[in-house]
Design a protein around this ligand. Structure first.
Ligand code: HEC
Length: 246
C-alpha cells in the first residue's frame, strides 16, 4: 500500500473517532455555530481521506457518469443532514446524533471519492465546495456575532436577527417549563399529567416537535390560542420542546 493510501486510512479513522464523540460526551448543548464547524471538520476529514484513497480517473470524461451524479448530489444530502431545526432532537439522542455525524462524514467522503473517480480534480472542486458551505452556514448561524461585537447597533434589523437567532438556537427547556407552568398547567396539570385538558405524557408519540408547535399556534377549541398574543414564536418552540420531554 502506498504512503498516500495509508495516510488516507489514518485520517479516515481519526475523523470517525471525532464523529463518535457524542457517544462518550452524552447530551451536551453546544452552540449551533460551533456545531456547524464540527460538521465542517467531519466533512473535511472525510474529503481528505477520499482524495488520498481514490485512484483518480486520468482522462476527462472516461470516468463513469454515475460518479459525477454522486459527487454532485452528496453535498445536497449533507446540507439536509445539517438542517438546524433537528438539532434539539440530536442533542438529546446520542445514537441518532452519531448516525448524523457518520452520515455527514460519509457524504464528505463520497463527494471527494466520486468526484476523483469521475475525473482527477473534480473531487477537489466538489469536496471543497461542500466544506465551504458547511463553514459558511456556521458563519450565517451566529459565529460572526460572537467574533465582531460591532454589530450591536439598536436597529430593527438587529431585533429581527435576534428573533431569527432565537429560532436557530436549541430550544430552551427551562424557559419552556416555566411557560408551561404559567399558561398550560391549569388545564393540562402540573408536568402535563392532565386535568381539564388531556394528559400530555408521551405527547411525543402523538405529535412530533413540528406538529406540537403547529398545534400550539393553531389549536382546536376548547384549547385557547396563545400565539401570537401571549407566546412569541420562539416561546412556542420552547414550550413545545418542553412538552415533548414529558
Ligand atoms: C383552557 C384549557 C387549556 C389550556 C390553557 C391549554 N390547553 Fe392544550 N388542550 C386543551 C384541550 C381541551 C385539548 C384537547 C383538544 C382536542 O383534542 O380537540 C388540548 C390539547 C392539547 C394538545 C394536543 C394533545 C394531543 O392530543 O396530542 C397539546 C400538545 C396541547 N394541548 C398543548 C398545550 C400547551 C403547550 C398549552 C399552553 C401553551 C396548552 N395546551 C394550554 C386545553 C387546554
Amino acid at each position: 500500500m502506498s504512503v498516500k493510501k495509508i495516510l488516507g486510512w489514518i485520517i479516515l479513522a481519526l475523523t470517525v473517532l471525532v464523529a463518535l464523540i457524542p457517544l462518550v460526551r452524552g447530551a451536551v448543548e453546544i452552540p449551533i455555530p460551533q456545531h456547524h464547524l464540527i460538521h465542517a471538520a467531519l466533512i473535511a476529514g472525510g474529503l481528505l481521506s477520499a482524495l488520498l484513497l481514490a485512484t483518480p480517473s486520468r482522462d476527462v470524461g472516461s470516468g463513469h457518469y454515475g460518479w459525477l451524479l454522486l459527487a454532485v448530489f452528496s453535498p445536497f444530502a449533507a446540507m439536509l443532514l445539517m438542517w438546524p431545526s433537528e438539532y434539539a432532537w440530536y442533542e438529546r439522542h446520542a445514537s441518532g446524533h452519531i448516525l448524523e455525524h457518520l452520515g455527514i462524514l460519509g457524504l464528505g467522503f463520497i463527494t471527494g471519492y466520486a468526484g476523483q473517480r469521475y475525473a482527477a480534480g473534480v473531487g477537489w472542486a466538489t469536496g471543497l465546495s461542500v466544506v465551504f458551505m458547511a463553514v459558511a452556514s456556521a458563519w450565517g448561524f451566529g459565529v460572526a456575532h460572537a467574533i465582531s461585537p460591532m454589530v450591536t447597533t439598536g436597529t430593527t434589523a438587529q431585533s429581527a436577527a435576534t428573533s431569527a437567532a432565537q429560532m436557530l438556537r436549541s430550544p430552551d427547556l427551562a424557559l419552556g417549563g416555566k411557560l408551561f407552568a404559567q399558561n398550560c398547567a391549569v388545564c393540562h396539570g402540573a408536568h402535563g399529567v392532565g386535568g381539564e385538558g388531556p394528559s400530555l405524557i408521551a405527547e411525543k408519540s402523538r405529535k412530533n416537535f413540528a406538529q406540537a408547535q403547529q398545534w400550539i399556534m393553531n389549536p382546536s377549541p376548547p384549547m385557547p390560542k396563545f400565539y401570537p398574543a401571549v407566546l412569541t414564536r420562539s416561546d412556542v418552540r420552547d414550550v413545545a420542546a418542553y412538552i415533548e420531554t414529558l
